[in-house]
Ligand binder design. Structure first.
Ligand code: UDP
Ligand code: MG
Length: 310
């Protein structure tokens, strides 16, 4: 029954004080299986790698891959998937926000046939109202714009079957939006539920600007509807503009309007067209920047060291 290899993939960025407490609770659970714990050190500058290296010397099942610099959480996850050897691969945060106790339940669901087992948050008490509201809005918006359905209240704490891991680690994308890509794969899915706790130590790496970038990456990875919206806005603004032209020409030649009073109309027109144009250019720019980053074909990350990995 337990004749399989379990990989735990953990991206870490400046998590020095979380590593030992995390391993303490994680090891007591994964010890019951054949396991490997793979840390992807995403350019930490606080000595996180030193802590992991010390532990990895004593326990060969604990492995470390270090990036040259910070390449980002999603890239670290993809790298983790490509190094993981397990038949089932679980990704989780290093900060103990994702409790190891639900791992046996995830494995049970996987053994019942699910290819993806999401750990879903029951409550988000520890998140601010702002984060809850913006997250809810984002998922509604995302599901409206794209054809994939991303489950709500689900983060990057999930179990993937080997087949799904192969698919994700072969992705050529430079800004992979894993939550969407996992859903896009269409694998048979299941859920387990947990309460999300406060971070054990340190603070979140997802600032508001990072969250906005993350959301924009998500939208532009899975939908071209914003481009269509730009077209619609262009048509709408153009129609108003056309009406304005007729009004101005007729007014000039046939209506007794003293011409100078047209100031408000001109001002509103310029502002409106200007606004629509800027939004449209912005939307197009988002997609162009995606194309640009892809055509450069740079490596997704550069490695500094590998420990306990052959
Ligand atoms: N992380 C990373 N690279 C980054 C930012 C975060 O590898 O550039 C790691 C971080 O160490 C943690 C996980 O990704 O293990 C999730 O980050 P965080 O806990 O800050 O996000 P939150 O849980 O607040 O959404
Ligand atoms: Mg966290």
């Amino acid at each position: 029954m337990n004749d399989f290899l379990l990989s735990i993939v953990i991206p870490v960025f400046n998590e020095k004080d979380n590593i030992r407490p995390l391993l303490e609770s994680l090891l007591s659970i994964v010890e019951h299986y054949s396991y490997e714990i793979l840390f992807i050190n995403d350019g930490s500058r606080d000595g996180t790698d030193t802590v992991i290296r010390e532990i990895a010397q004593k326990n060969k099942n604990i492995k470390l891959v270090s990036f040259n610099r910070n390449f980002g959480h999603q890239i670290a996850l993809v790298a983790g998937y490509s190094f993981a050897k397990g038949d089932a691969v679980i990704s989780m945060d290093a900060d103990l926000q994702d409790p190891p106790d639900v791992i046996p339940q995830m494995i049970a669901k996987w053994q019942q046939g699910a290819k993806i087992v999401y750990a879903k948050r029951k409550k988000r008490d520890v998140d601010s109202i702002f984060k809850k509201k913006t997250a809810a809005f984002f998922y509604q918006f995302m599901n409206m714009l794209s054809d994939i359905k991303i489950p709500e209240n689900v983060g990057d704490f999930r179990l993937l079957d080997r087949t799904a891991v192969e698919y994700l680690s072969s992705l050529p994308e430079h800004a992979p939006f894993l939550r969407g890509l996992v859903a896009w794969g269409g694998y048979q899915e299941d859920y387990v539920y947990f309460d999300r706790e406060e971070r054990h130590s340190g603070k979140t790496h997802y600032s508001i600007s990072k969250m906005i970038n993350f959301a924009l990456d998500g939208i532009t990875s899975f939908s071209v509807k914003p481009l269509r919206l730009a077209t619609y806005m262009g048509f709408t603004a153009g129609s108003f503009g056309f009406l304005g032209i007729i009004y101005a020409v007729i007014g000039k030649f046939f209506l007794p309007i003293p011409w100078v009073t047209g100031w408000t109309g001109i001002f509103v027109g310029i502002m409106f067209i200007g606004g629509v144009q800027l939004i449209t250019i912005g939307i197009i720019g988002e997609y162009i920047s995606k194309i640009y980053l892809e055509v450069l074909r740079r490596p997704h990350y550069l490695l500094k060291e590998k420990i306990n990995i052959d």
